[in-house]
Design a protein around this ligand. Structure first.
Ligand SMILES: [Zn+2]
Length: 74
């Protein structure tokens, strides 16, 4: 339990996406930032960048209401 985390006890999460991915440049899992790359007719493509060094560590295409799968690079 991290200090400062809200303890609602309702088990609700706004965002179930990965918040950290393995960064090959850092050599360990790092928090990531999501950046919108493209808006396609079939969905939106996002890129995940290491929040520490900026390396792209993954990408994901969201197609409508169902979430896509995060594809890690390398
Ligand atoms: Zn990194």
């Amino acid at each position: 339990m991290l200090p400062g985390m809200p303890r609602g006890g309702r088990g609700q999460y706004k965002d179930l996406e990965a918040t950290s991915l393995f960064c090959p440049r850092c050599g360990k899992a790092q928090p990531v930032r999501r950046r919108l790359l493209l808006v396609l007719p079939t969905g939106e493509k996002y890129s995940y960048l290491c929040a520490v060094c900026g390396e792209e560590v993954g990408s994901k295409t969201e197609t409508g209401p169902s979430n896509g799968v995060i594809n890690t690079l390398g």
